[in-house]
Write a protein that binds this ligand. Structure first.
Ligand SMILES: CC(=O)SCCNC(=O)CCNC(=O)[C@H](O)C(C)(C)COP(=O)(O)OP(=O)(O)OC[C@H]1O[C@@H](n2cnc3c(N)ncnc32)[C@H](O)[C@@H]1OP(=O)(O)O
Ligand SMILES: CC(=O)C(=O)O
Length: 523
């Protein structure tokens, strides 16, 4: 292994699932293992077979996976005190997993040895060495996770090193120093890693960090700067308490900024997609602010930023977003200037002269709308309609004559009935539709009224509906902003409506959603 190469050890399927709200089925775990392998991580820790039947089943199924590069690791602890390693039930379960790599956690911190395990310091060293030696004798690669290494080192550095030496004597391929409680600060952490590297060799030292001080990623990088050559972490930082080092942030920092490389470095462009895939399986909303890959990671809102980024991209972007599969976005708001509006228009497929009179009028209109409660950041489709309208390029697909919606509570059930009358090409269409909620009833009635003229509207559906009450304190008279997300097979688009009345705000966002789809059909 050359000095710039780092091994990437993913523990999403074990430590990641120790995070609150994270649970993967066996099928999810198998899909994730295959995806991580395709991405190119070196180790995939699949679970704790001594813990639960799900992980045992996972390993039974995982044996059938045809992984291209990654080694699957099963996780467990050192033998119990006073029990021979060969007679320890939990080590037997680990071996039964049939995995080529066994990662075992052992105690470093004297406090944990005497107060938690309630054994002697000598017996703990024997537990570590015996357990590693036994698993190695069974033909497995053993990675030793030194639990609470940093707290242990601060309490008794000699003893902390003795635990690592015991694992090494047993035959461990790697000594991973764990900041189990996540409380370390960067300089002290790096200093301790550097000492361990000097004692045991960088090729033997790894780091496993947690985010309890908001430094999970920083500590992992400090570990590598201190000479460690294996990094443990999880996708999107899932994990116990505040999570583990987020590999989605660690990897680009290592490869693009620290001159390190790893097998997966060639696939860095898949990073955003990988992060979204994990959130999808974990059933979590992607964090738009996630460094490198989040939707906001390269989103420019300030007009001055957009102006500069247009001239020299790197002036407000720390890397080229394409390197991690992300892209630049321009957000248009009341902080926009000519450059942001022109860039945004271009992104939406509309050319506008940055120095011309139209843009001035458009910016004034935008700022006035934002002042009255509109927000276009999540409503690109409404923004596109607004820009084309302002440039005199919009087309009227239908005119609304009237609409009405009633909500009735009847026999313990709620019904909504909407009536919509529209004119298309001079012809009036009048429809009625029912649904459980008023917005859904209006949506059905509107699309049904337009269906004869525009049958392809059946391709679209409403995905999400969000309401925000503006001007806090005004109670029922406050203005309401509605954001609607719609989709067809190829696109997702957002529209916005604002009114003193929630139904009118919803209707406005609905009409924009339908009009946008019609413009796409015509394009
Ligand atoms: C830092 C980490 O993330 S380590 C991984 C933590 N992950 C988990 O705990 C999730 C999976 N855990 C489990 O399913 C269960 O806790 C099990 C199956 C591992 C153990 O369950 P139980 O046998 O019922 O024990 P319980 O969880 O109450 O307590 C842990 C026992 O393991 C012992 N133990 C803890 N760490 C170690 C170790 N490194 N080596 C040996 N024994 C250990 C403790 O001393 C305690 O035994 P004791 O009460 O006799 O002293
Ligand atoms: C092993 C592990 O997960 C830890 O010490 O945090």
């Amino acid at each position: 292994m050359n000095t710039t190469e780092v091994k990437i050890y993913d523990t999403t399927l074990r430590d990641g699932t120790q995070g609150e709200g994270i649970s993967f089925s066996v099928t999810d775990k198998l899909l994730i293992a295959e995806r991580l392998d395709a991405f190119g991580v070196d180790y995939i820790e699949g679970g704790f077979p001594g813990s639960n039947p799900r992980d045992i089943t996972f390993f039974a199924e995982a044996k059938k996976l045809k992984l291209k590069h990654a080694k699957l690791a099963a996780f467990g602890a050192t033998r119990r005190a006073g029990v021979k390693a060969s007679a320890d039930a939990q080590l037997a379960t680990l071996l039964d997993s049939g995995m080529p790599v066994m990662t075992i956690v052992g105690k470093t911190w004297d406090l944990h040895v005497t107060e938690i395990l309630r054994t002697t310091l000598e017996e703990n060293l024997a537990m570590i060495e015996d357990s590693v030696r036994y698993l190695v004798s069974q033909g497995r690669e053993v990675i030793y996770d030194a639990e609470h290494f940093f707290d242990g080192y601060r309490s008794d550095p000699d003893y902390a090193f003795k635990t690592l030496a015991a694992a090494l004597r047993g035959g461990a391929s790697n000594l991973t120093l764990c900041d189990t409680n996540g409380g370390s600060l960067v300089n002290d952490f790096q200093d301790i890693v550097t000492k361990a590297v000097a004692e045991f060799g960088g090729d033997k030292v790894g780091v496993h960090t947690h985010n309890d001080s908001g430094l999970g990623v920083a500590l992992a990088l400090a570990g590598v700067a201190g000479g460690a050559t294996l990094v443990q972490g999880t996708a999107n930082g899932y994990g116990e308490r505040t999570g583990n080092a987020n590999l989605i942030t660690v990897l680009p920092s290592l490869f693009l900024k620290m001159g390190k490389t790893a097998h997966c470095a060639a696939n860095l462009k898949q990073l955003r997609e990988l992060s979204l895939y994990f959130d999808e399986l974990a059933n979590l909303r992607p964090d738009t602010k996630m460094p490198y890959v989040g939707a906001s990671a390269f989103a420019h809102k300030g007009g001055l930023h957009a102006n500069a980024a247009q001239k020299v991209k790197s002036s407000y972007e720390h890397i080229d977003p394409a390197l991690v599969g992300n892209h630049t976005r321009v957000l248009v708001s009341d902080m926009a200037g000519r450059s942001s509006v022109a860039m945004k228009a271009r992104e939406l497929g509309i050319e506008i002269d940055e120095k011309g009179p139209e843009i001035k009028k458009l910016i004034e209109e935008l700022k006035e709308l934002e002042f009255t409660g509109y927000e276009f950041e999540a409503a690109d489709a409404s923004l596109k309609l607004l820009i084309s309208g302002s440039l005199g390029q919009s087309k009227s697909f239908f005119e609304v004559e009237n609409y009405r919606v009633i909500v009735e509570h009847h026999g313990g059930q709620l019904f909504a009935e909407a009536t919509v009358k529209v004119t298309v090409n001079g012809e009036s269409h009048h429809t009625v539709a029912e649904a459980t909620g008023p917005v859904s009833a209006l949506d059905k009635a509107l699309r049904s009224a337009l269906s004869a003229a525009y049958p392809r509207l059946s391709e679209m559906k409403l995905l999400d509906y969000k309401v925000r009450i503006l001007e806090n304190g005004l109670g029922a008279n406050a203005r309401t902003r509605v954001l609607i997300e719609s989709a067809d097979a190829d696109h997702v688009w957002g529209t916005v409506g604002v009114s003193d009345n929630i139904i009118e705000a919803s209707w406005e966002a609905l009409c924009d959603a339908v009009t946008y789809k019609l413009t796409q059909i015509e394009a």
